[in-house]
Design a protein around this ligand. Structure first.
Ligand SMILES: *Cc1c(COP(=O)(O)O)cnc(C)c1O
Length: 366
């Protein structure tokens, strides 16, 4: 088959805004210390792994999954303290929920807004679905720039606004009075993305009761189940009933459902692990603050954002890679992230390795 003819057909049929995109890039990480993607480093204890496998043994893999995933939703309601007033909708990761929301509101001339720097999927999914995307810069402290947000909301009345609390990649929680002001100014839906809820005391579940335009999004990815792909949307049943029409019937598969049920029955283990990560975040932050060449932002998530001396972020990233440590280099991703690196909090021994390598990199060692 001629590749020229395939290319001609692609030019003819694939939408131009898709053709110019690059597919989401996941760097290879085999054999590396993976501190780039906010994964929980801890495994389950052996007896728990065995009990999980026992549960999977009974899986009816020949049958379609429960389209409502009733037991998973029940477990989530219990462990996350979701009010009886609210419903829960599940996605194949919160990424899929963002996509469902974008499909629900998509119409010519509409837009999605988020403060920037933000989680990259908001922009990516807006573009894929064909909605305009508006990033409004955060202020110098990475808090919401309220004047800019309110002006932009007034001018564009976005169909969807995403606020990540804590925000990725900055790690902070926006001030609550500014979050409220944004919600009150918005005519469209405001999604409070609490992907990092396990690592902060900030909790905005009650906002979905206070406001008729707020839904809460959470995920099991950051607490140790990134491989499962399970995100959830919490809020008023009437809102969720509309999004439910977009959800593909079997988007949460049999293995994910059984595994999530099991994890939620054993959520105390996950809470212990996230508590360890929170403690380690404080230690890592303290140690990083002791490195004179670095600027370190306090974090309420399971990662820490640091700024390197001018022009050195990429070189330090590469140096760490040579030492088999993978982090995230954010230099070039956004003007406010110049010279920045994002470090996922791992086990204490992971931090020790990371700190040695960072100090060596900054000292210009080979
Ligand atoms: C990691 C992350 C998510 C999680 O996405 P999943 O698809 O559930 O893995 C959502 N929002 C933010 C801000 C994140 O950083």
């Amino acid at each position: 088959m001629s590749s020229e003819r395939i290319n001609a057909r692609i030019q003819q049929w694939v939408r131009p805004e898709i053709r110019v995109l690059n597919a989401y890039h996941v760097p290879p990480a085999t054999g590396m210390l993976k501190l780039d993607a906010m994964e929980n480093p801890y495994r389950w204890p052996d007896d728990m792994v065995n009990a999980w496998l026992e549960k999977l043994r009974a899986a009816s893999i020949n049958r379609y999954p429960d389209p409502q995933a009733a037991l998973v939703r029940e477990g989530l309601r219990r462990e996350m303290g979701v009010s009886a007033k609210h419903d829960i909708l599940l996605g194949n990761g919160s990424d899929e929920i963002i996509q469902m929301l974008a499909i629900a509101v998509n119409a010519r001339g509409r837009c999605i807004m988020a403060p920037e720097p933000a989680f990259v999927m908001y922009r990516m999914i807006a573009t894929l679905i064909g909605l305009d995307y508006l990033g409004v810069p955060l202020d110098a402290n990475f808090d919401l720039d309220l004047d800019a947000m309110l002006a932009s909301i007034k001018q564009h009345q976005p169909a969807l606004i995403f606020l990540a609390l804590p925000n990725n990649p900055t790690g902070n929680v926006f001030s609550v009075d500014r979050v409220r002001a944004v919600i009150e100014a918005a005519e469209g839906l405001v999604i409070l993305d609490e992907a990092y809820t396990a690592f902060t005391d900030a909790d905005h579940l009650s906002f979905a009761e206070d406001y008729d335009n707020v839904l809460i999004m959470r995920t099991l990815s950051k607490v140790g189940l990134a491989g499962l792909r399970l995100g959830l949307l919490i809020g008023d049943a009437a809102w969720l009933a509309e999004i439910e029409k977009i959800r593909l019937p079997y988007n949460v598969n049999v293995l994910t459902q059984l595994s999530a049920e099991f994890a939620l029955e054993n959520f105390q283990i996950i809470r212990q692990q996230t508590a360890l990560i929170r403690t380690e975040r404080e230690r890592l932050t303290f140690e990083l603050q002791g490195i004179p060449d670095l600027h370190v932002w306090p974090s309420e998530a399971n990662f820490v954002l640091v700024r390197t001396p001018e022009g050195r972020a990429r070189e330090i990233f590469e140096f760490l890679k040579q030492r088999n440590i993978l982090i995230k280099c954010l230099d070039g991703a956004h003007p406010q992230l110049r010279d920045c690196l994002r470090l996922t909090v791992g086990e204490p021994s992971d931090s020790d390795q990371l700190l040695v390598a960072l100090r060596d990199a900054l000292a210009g060692a080979a």
